[in-house]
Design a binder for this molecule. Structure first.
Ligand code: DX5
Ligand code: ZN
Length: 221
């Protein structure tokens, strides 16, 4: 099943719960939570308190994307009843194997993300352990950037590895997704589609979400 995960980075923070509820009404499958520390990426977004303020306001699972240095120090703070995935960046994890085990120890699924400049080969040793591989299709830090075409080759490569092995990770794509390129990334092998500005910077968040969910349903897998 292809899932749609709206990123609240582009939501109206003063009315976050309502914005999230609109995506839920539109059929969104998860809420993508972009956490930025001003070190790993040149922007600061929000921390666990903001995410936790949504607990009880939505039944959607949280898909936490940690764009932070030293993620091990903060992982536990993002564990809630809603948390389905916690994803860390390969580029900051000196002991990636240990970090992924740390996430799993809380009963949460673990993900690894790679920036556009990081090759799929750097994920080799994590592919058996990770539940999710997040392919960044923009340089992380900001919503509303343009999709970097060359990253779709990485989605395809990860899908090919999965098809020719016993590996079961889901593939997520994040950055610059809109209604013109969503089908391409799904056809390359992406299972979870993050969309931030294209959903939240619209007047009608619910019907915009519905549009993406409808496209996801065109694909049976
Ligand atoms: C980028 C974030 C993305 C971003 C996506 O650093 O990880 O999740 O919010 O936003 P759009 O869809 O606007 O590119
Ligand atoms: Zn993200």
């Amino acid at each position: 099943m292809i899932q749609i995960a709206p990123s609240i980075l582009s939501a109206d923070f003063s009315d976050l719960a309502q914005s999230v509820r609109e995506t839920e009404k539109g059929g969104a499958h998860m809420i993508h939570v972009d956490v930025m520390d001003g070190h790993f990426v040149p922007n600061i977004s929000f921390g666990p308190a903001v995410m936790k303020s949504l607990e009880g306001k939505t039944s959607l699972p949280f898909d936490v994307h940690l764009m932070i240095e030293d993620p091990d120090d903060y992982i536990e703070e993002f564990v809630t009843d809603n948390t389905e995935y916690i994803t860390v960046h390969q580029e900051v994890c000196t002991h990636l194997n240990r970090t992924l085990e740390h996430i799993k120890s809380f009963g949460v699924k673990c993900g690894v993300s790679i920036n556009p400049g990081t090759p799929v080969a750097f994920l080799d040793e994590a592919l058996d352990q990770a539940d999710l591989i997040l392919v960044m299709s923009v340089n992380p830090g900001f919503g509303g950037q343009k999709f970097i075409e060359s990253t779709s080759k990485k989605i395809e490569a990860l899908d090919n590895i999965r098809k020719s092995s016993e590996k079961v990770y889901r593939i997520e794509v994040d950055g610059g997704i809109n209604e013109n390129n969503i089908r391409t990334v799904i056809e390359k092998g992406a299972d979870i589609i993050v969309a931030g500005s294209s959903i939240f910077r619209c007047d009608d968040i619910k019907s915009e979400t519905e549009k993406y969910v409808r496209i996801a349903k065109e694909y049976v897998r």
